[in-house]
Design a protein. Structure first.
Length: 142
């Protein structure tokens, strides 16, 4: 994320994060595809990634869900500049399950694409921490 976006998210209060998180939870999809490893998806849509409005401003649902979880554990938690919300667990951009997401450096997040491409090839070992979880549904078919 850019510094401007990081500041936008870090500027949210715990009350605003809770408001966004509750909105996300109240819009869960009833039918979640079985292949997405326990993902939580919402009915919110905007382009490819779900977004929620807080104080009439759009925020990515995945970032709100993870940031809210982090702030519950540490009220001073802030996303670092240059970090992304990485769906390391499921590689599902529509997932808002905070347990499937980590904040990590943009370059590391983008390098996880190699695991989606080569992750099921014999002898391939994921170099990431936490390790990517890949299955036949999350792997990119060449």
């Amino acid at each position: 994320m850019t510094e401007e976006n990081v500041n936008k998210y870090n500027g949210l209060t715990i009350e605003e994060l809770e408001q966004g998180y509750q909105s996300i939870q109240s819009h869960k999809k009833v039918q979640i595809p079985p292949h997405v490893l326990g993902c939580i998806e919402t009915t919110y849509k905007y382009q490819k990634r779900p977004q929620v409005r807080i104080n009439n401003i759009k925020y990515y649902c995945a970032i709100i869900a993870k940031l809210y979880q982090e702030r519950l554990n540490d009220e001073n938690y802030e996303i670092q500049d240059g970090f992304d919300a990485s769906h390391y667990y499921c590689h599902n951009p529509e997932c808002v399950n905070e347990n499937h997401i980590v904040f990590e450096d943009h370059k590391i997040n983008k390098s996880r694409l190699c695991c989606r491409i080569y992750g099921m090839k014999e002898g391939y070992e994921c170099p990431h921490d936490p390790v990517c979880l890949i299955n036949k549904y999350t792997q990119i078919q060449l």
